[in-house]
Design a protein around this ligand. Structure first.
Ligand code: IDP
Ligand code: MG
Length: 140
């Protein structure tokens, strides 16, 4: 195992319900450190760029609409095996399938409004971190 960084997003359904602190506490309790964080609202086009890997999927338009519908919190989480560790803490994409104790099981509203995003590979983490954060915002 190695120390990694991963890109996390608290989605509009989470910020709308004022869950930033409760979700962040899950990351910290699991040993992940929030090393960069900012709150912003994406345009539909920016959400489309971020999720371009899904551009051919039937849910893409709704996904971009949802992700630009309100403020999000973009953050970089750091820790041992952080990419897979965060995916475990998040739980399955569809909250109906998410394991007990995961963020999506406890907080997600639906498969669209599923509260959190997390990078799924080292390549995705690198691309997604640089999408939101400049080198000046990333303390070593
Ligand atoms: P992930 O967020 O667990 O990595 P992805 O497959 O990368 O899941 O999909 C990105 C996002 O698109 C999901 O978090 C979810 O909000 C949405 N999504 C995925 N599959 C569906 C679907 O079948 N219907 C509606 N929305 C979906
Ligand atoms: Mg994904």
């Amino acid at each position: 195992m190695a120390v990694e960084r991963t890109l996390s997003i608290l989605k509009p359904d989470a910020t709308e319900r004022n869950l930033t602190g409760q979700i962040n506490a899950r990351f910290e309790a699991a040993g992940l450190r929030i090393v960069a964080q900012k709150r912003l609202q994406l345009t539909d086009a920016q959400a489309g760029l971020f999720y371009q890997e899904h551009s051919a999927r039937p849910f893409y338009k709704d996904l971009c609409g949802f992700m630009s519908s309100g403020p999000i919190v973009a953050q970089v989480l750091e820790g041992e095996n952080a990419i897979l560790a965060n995916r475990d803490i998040m739980g399955a994409t569809n909250p109906a399938n998410a394991a007990a104790g995961t963020i999506r099981k406890d907080f997600a509203v639906s498969i669209d409004a599923n509260s959190v995003h997390g990078s799924d590979s080292p390549a995705a983490a690198a691309r997604e971190i640089s999408f939101f954060f400049s080198t000046l915002e990333l303390v070593g």
